[in-house]
Design a protein around this ligand. Structure first.
Ligand code: AMP
Length: 133
């Protein structure tokens, strides 16, 4: 399947590419939360985490770690958000697995935290039993 990211991978759409190897590539996000926001993208257009082979995921995390260290070293950010929007209901716009690495700064007011719910009495324990694996 063709996606905007396969077109970027193949150079049909321009991008600012930071890294490329046999498994993945890394570009700057065109609409950054903060400047330097980058995307670690699988070469193969797996839609979600569950579609992606384990060895590819392991490599993706290794490259994410290296990219994150580069952001800290170059931009001086002391923290990052590392995010996967996994499926359209979660806000995934491009159906091609990618990891966002977003540089964060004290007081930058970029609130990307999710709103939270409360469990009723006993609900968490019951759900926990159903979700054990
Ligand atoms: P998601 O919502 O997790 O699928 O994220 C898709 C990301 O891709 C968004 O943050 C977009 O800003 C980014 N994006 C879309 N088109 C491009 C492009 N041509 N170059 C770089 N980043 C892009």
């Amino acid at each position: 399947m063709e996606t905007i990211f396969t077109k970027i991978r193949d150079g049909e759409i321009p991008s600012t590419k930071l890294h490329q190897d046999d498994v993945c590539f890394v570009i700057l996000d065109i609409n950054p939360v903060n400047k330097g926001h980058l995307l670690v993208i699988t070469n193969e257009p797996y839609k979600t985490l569950g579609d992606c082979p384990d060895d590819t995921l392991a490599h993706l995390m290794t490259i994410t770690k290296r990219a994150e260290a580069k952001l800290r070293g170059t931009l001086g950010c002391k923290a990052t958000n590392i995010v996967i929007n996994n499926g359209s209901e979660s806000g995934q716009e491009v159906p091609h697995l990618h990891i966002h690495v977003i540089p964060r700064y004290q007081g930058d007011k970029k609130d990307i935290r999710l709103s939270k719910e409360q469990y009723s009495e006993g609900e968490m324990e019951a759900l926990g039993k159903r979700l054990e694996f």
